[in-house]
Structure formats: structure tokens, C-alpha cells
Design a protein around this ligand. Structure first.
Ligand SMILES: Nc1ncnc2c1ncn2[C@@H]1O[C@H](COP(=O)(O)OP(=O)(O)OP(=O)(O)O)[C@@H](O)[C@H]1O
Length: 260
């Protein structure tokens, strides 16, 4: 598989604070990558730099071999889509209008609203289980429904790279599993910050652990989320147990002092 994202000796800051220093990794096309780390570890900051909305303090990010700041706004919007943490769409828009914003980089001037574009928007809403909701005002949707509308906007943007910051926040368990399952099967590369380590373990091809300004090597879940890593980084006790029916390995996490 070819590399879609190359991160070289990257350092990023939030405000004046350097958050992550000198990290390097490569993401291959089609991979689902999880970024995990304690609160404040720099997950959002790194995603914003990967999206090209924040500049690195040093080092570089290449997407499909190009630095995002070399691209026009339209080219960049066809390359990378991002759903930010707790993003609030403009309150006076309809759900379908929010999703349609994702089509902007493909439209000629005043090109919105055609039957074909409406069909793309409807398909985006259907992909997040919101069929028939195009005409609902976003401010009347629940937090989880709004989150799914924003995901639909990113899906219809049809970018090779999709960045998601805590995409399962606000989602019920059904839609949480659906979203993570979808992330794996989409024909694109997904990089997402996740707090739920067990979910990251099950649904990501590889995981980047951020801790104290550094990144552990990007590795398969069983290596990235080893017991000793979770103890050091999160102060929790983790064991891997086989599912009684399927035999698949699941990460079981408890507080460090909990009795076995
Ligand atoms: N605008 C800012 N000015 C100064 N410091 C900031 C700014 N934004 C974020 N920070 C700090 O930078 C650090 C990294 O923040 P970031 O949001 O990237 O972490 P995170 O891993 O996404 O956290 P969380 O898990 O809580 O969402 C935190 O210590 C945060 O307080």
C-alpha cells in the first residue's frame, strides 16, 4: 500500500505551548489509525496540524506527497476532511444544508441544489442512519444526531483522508459501533482521536500513543496498547481476554488499584 500521510520530525504547539515534539510516522492508504493519549496529550493539536488548519512549529506533513499549505483551498478540501471535537454547525441551517457544505469544493459557482447534489446529500445522511432528516433544523437535533450530520458532511466531501476528533462522543452504543465499523470499511484513510481504548484496540489497524510531548511508535493495537504502556501512560490495569463466543481478544481495563 502507498503512503498517504508522511509526518517527518514534526513538532506542534497550542498557543505558545509545545505539545508534541519531533514525531515521525507514515500512514498507508486505506488504514484506520487511532490517536490515543491522556487529556491534554495533544491529540486535537496533532489532528489540526494534519488537517492543515494549524501550522507545525517544525517538521512537515505531506498528504499524497504534498504539503497541504501548497494546495489551494479547493484542492485541500478535496484532500482532507475533518470533524472537530464538539463542532457546532450553524444553528439556523437544515441538516441537509450542513451536509451539502461538504460538496462545496466540487461545485461550480452557484452550483448547489441540483438533483444530483441532493442525492449525494441524501446518501450521506443515509450512511449515518439519518435518512429523511435533510429538512430538520440542526438546532433541533440531539447532540449525537448533530455529530452524525457532521460526519455525513465529511463523508460527502469524498476526501482520501478523513480526520475525526473524538467521533464517538455523544453517540449511543449502536451508532458508536456503526461509526467505527464504517471507519474501517470506508475506501479512505481515517485518522481519529479516541478516548475509548478498548474501541481503539478493536477498530484501528494501528495506534499512535501520545504521552508527555512524545509519540510511541505507530504500531498494531496489541503492541501499541501493551499492559505496561497502559500502566505508564494512563495509570490503568489492562489485560487481554478472549471473547467467550468468538475467541477474539478484547482489552479489559480497570483502575490500577482494583482487585483482579
Ligand atoms: N489555544 C491554546 N493556548 C494554550 N494552550 C492550549 C491551547 N489549546 C490547547 N492548549 C493546551 O495544549 C495541550 C494539548 O491540547 P489538546 O487539545 O491538543 O489535547 P488533547 O489530547 O486533544 O486533549 P483532550 O483529550 O482533553 O481532548 C493541553 O495542555 C491544552 O491545555
Amino acid at each position: 500500500m502507498t503512503a498517504i500521510v508522511e509526518v517527518r520530525e514534526l513538532s506542534c504547539a497550542a498557543g505558545r505551548k509545545t505539545v508534541v515534539s519531533d514525531i515521525s510516522f507514515t500512514v498507508r492508504a486505506g488504514e484506520t489509525i487511532g490517536i490515543v493519549g491522556p487529556n491534554g496529550a495533544g491529540k486535537t493539536t496533532l489532528l489540526r496540524v494534519l488537517a492543515g488548519v494549524r501550522k507545525p512549529t517544525s517538521g512537515r506533513v505531506l498528504v499524497n506527497g504534498r504539503a497541504l499549505h501548497e494546495l489551494s483551498g479547493r484542492e485541500r478540501a478535496r484532500t482532507v476532511a475533518m470533524v472537530a471535537q464538539d463542532e457546532q454547525p450553524p444553528a439556523d441551517l437544515l441538516a441537509g444544508e450542513v451536509v451539502a457544505l461538504g460538496r462545496t469544493p466540487y461545485l461550480p459557482p452557484w452550483g448547489a441544489g441540483s438533483a444530483a447534489e441532493r442525492a449525494v446529500v441524501a446518501a450521506g445522511l443515509a450512511a449515518v442512519d439519518l435518512t429523511g432528516c435533510a429538512d430538520r433544523p440542526v438546532h433541533r437535533l440531539s447532540g449525537g444526531e448533530r455529530q452524525r450530520v457532521l460526519l455525513a458532511r465529511a463523508l460527502v466531501q469524498r476526501t482520501p483522508l478523513l480526520l475525526l476528533d473524538e467521533p464517538t462522543n455523544h453517540l449511543d452504543i449502536t451508532h458508536r459501533l456503526a461509526l467505527l465499523g464504517m471507519a474501517r470499511t470506508l475506501d479512505r484513510t481515517v485518522v481519529m482521536a479516541l478516548h475509548d481504548l478498548a474501541m481503539a484496540d478493536r477498530y484501528c489497524d494501528r495506534i499512535l500513543v501520545l504521552h508527555e510531548g512524545a509519540a510511541h511508535p505507530l504500531a498494531a493495537p496489541e503492541a501499541a496498547l501493551r499492559t505496561e504502556v497502559l500502566d505508564t501512560v494512563f495509570g490503568v490495569r489492562a489485560i487481554r481476554v478472549p471473547h467467550p463466543d468468538t475467541g477474539e481478544s478484547h482489552l479489559l481495563i480497570t483502575a490500577r488499584e482494583a482487585n483482579p
